[in-house]
Design a binder for this molecule. Structure first.
Ligand SMILES: Cc1cc2nc3c(=O)[nH]c(=O)nc-3n(C[C@H](O)[C@H](O)[C@H](O)COP(=O)(O)OP(=O)(O)OC[C@H]3O[C@@H](n4cnc5c(N)ncnc54)[C@H](O)[C@@H]3O)c2cc1C
Length: 410
């Protein structure tokens, strides 16, 4: 076995090598602002309204601050420049066309065409192995919700519940769902042909069951020899480690590769609030420790079953990333095993991404792009996630300041 480089996430010179002094100072300012919870709370309330009402300069301010930090550009062409820059540091890219919350068949068809354009583009690039999509980008949210509710009332396996739930739809809804399936299939066909992986994001629990079923149906067709399509498991849910094991069983029985992106989950407050309001048990783990325990146990399970599982460890948690590399070392597997990939969001945890890349891991930045008004929900989630001083922002700020200090002294 080749000697693996010892990994440390403390090297800020590697972490911020791609950032100029000016960009680093801008990031320092932005994370400093996001550390002020009151400011973020005000921003979360007024920004979507300011965009909706077309208040002058709103877009300019967003473009020059939070958008620049977390988004690749407004178009694929602008984003290509960011992807090229990352390529110089052996950092790969997961392209994410940021369309959220748009309804109507015309929008869904348009999103499908955009996704196809992204796949075509990715196939021409050396460092874009994946693109990510949200099923809500091309399916009506309330149709997914209806299917999910029907599935919850039925007994049996995921696939049995799914097939019965589809049968319970009206003729018009069946036709609508058929179109969703067709769009997914069309994207998988192109991705398969062009050798690009498609990652299906996980969203709210109350639409997730049909998304899981749809994804597994596609894996059964397209993942026979390689992982073309990946589902996402949110380990802040207390039932997902079991779901991972059940999916592995299905993959073994049906002989396909289970592609999976492991995340902790981005909708915790929304999930808890809805469960409390509607008086059902919260799907979220009782505490952070339980979430961490299941996340790391899922990594272990995947690394144990790499013959049938292709895993993407999508996390900013230093321990989970390091632990994954240690598990690979223990089994004598290379850090760039074809079924193991690491990923962090663009604009966050560069210390993890760039140091993993330096040590030879297959690692990417999840890089969203799209018109400002379309990526607002994504930006709001990033602002929220980064608003706790004890959490991500504290760490980001500390690292940025350390690097500014190092540069000033060198
Ligand atoms: C490449 C990539 C793709 C992603 N795709 C998705 C996606 O498809 N769907 C999605 O939902 N998210 C997605 N995310 C976002 C991801 O869920 C968040 O980045 C994540 O929540 C932050 O967790 P972490 O692993 O980085 O680490 P940490 O900072 O260690 O964990 C923070 C997370 O722990 C969980 N948590 C915190 N407190 C508690 C508690 N008291 N009880 C239970 N859990 C708790 C929450 O999920 C919180 O966000 C993605 C992230 C990346 C990097």
């Amino acid at each position: 076995m080749k000697d693996q480089t010892k990994i440390s996430f403390d090297n800020t010179e590697y972490a911020f090598a791609a950032k100029s002094d000016k960009e680093l100072k801008q990031a320092n300012f932005l994370f400093g602002m996001m550390g002020k919870a009151w400011l973020v709370n005000v921003g979360l309330k007024i920004t979507p309204l300011a965009i909706q009402w077309g208040i002058p300069f709103t877009k300019t301010i967003i473009r020059k601050t939070i958008f620049r930090q977390f988004v690749g550009g407004e178009t694929l062409e602008q984003t290509a420049k960011v992807a090229d820059k990352l390529e110089a540091y052996k950092v790969q890219v997961i392209l994410d066309y940021g369309v959220e919350g748009k309804e109507g068949e015309a929008n869904f068809e348009h999103a499908r065409d955009e996704f196809r354009r992204v796949i075509d583009y990715a196939a021409t690039q050396p460092n874009i192995p994946f693109m990510s999509i949200k099923v809500t980008g091309f399916a009506r949210f309330s149709l997914l919700e209806k299917l999910d509710t029907a599935m919850h009332k039925l007994p049996g396996t995921l696939m049995k519940r799914y097939l019965h739930a589809v049968e319970s739809l009206s003729d018009a809804e069946k036709e609508e769902w058929h179109k969703v399936r067709l769009r997914t299939q069309q994207l998988c066909e192109v991705a398969d042909k062009k050798n690009i992986g498609i990652l299906i994001d996980a969203e709210e629990t109350w639409i997730q069951d049909p998304v899981d079923a749809l994804t597994i149906l596609m894996m059964d067709v397209f993942n026979k020899k390689k992982a073309v399509i990946y589902n996402t498991i949110q380990l802040y849910r207390h039932d997902r480690l079991q779901f991972l094991k059940d999916s592995h069983t299905a993959a073994t029985e049906r002989n396909f590769i289970f592609g999976i992106k492991l995340v902790r989950g981005a909708y915790m407050e929304k999930e808890r609030n809805r469960a409390a309001e509607m008086n059902y048990p919260s799907p979220i783990q009782p505490d952070k420790e339980s979430c961490d325990r299941d996340f790391n146990a899922s990594v272990e399970f995947c690394i144990e079953h790499l013959d049938k599982i292709a895993v993407i460890v999508a996390s900013h948690n230093e321990y989970s990333n390091l632990y994954t590399t240690q598990l690979l070392d223990k089994k004598g597997l290379p850090h760039n095993h074809p079924h193991v990939h690491f990923s962090q969001l663009y604009g966050m945890s560069d210390n993890i991404t760039f140091n993993l890349a330096k040590s030879g891991c297959s690692v990417s930045k999840y890089l969203p792009f799209g018109p400002i008004k379309d990526v607002i929900p994504y930006l709001m989630r990033r602002a929220q996630e980064n608003s706790s001083v004890s959490g991500q922002t504290g760490r980001e700020l500390m690292l940025i300041k350390k690097e500014l200090h190092r540069r000033a002294g060198s």
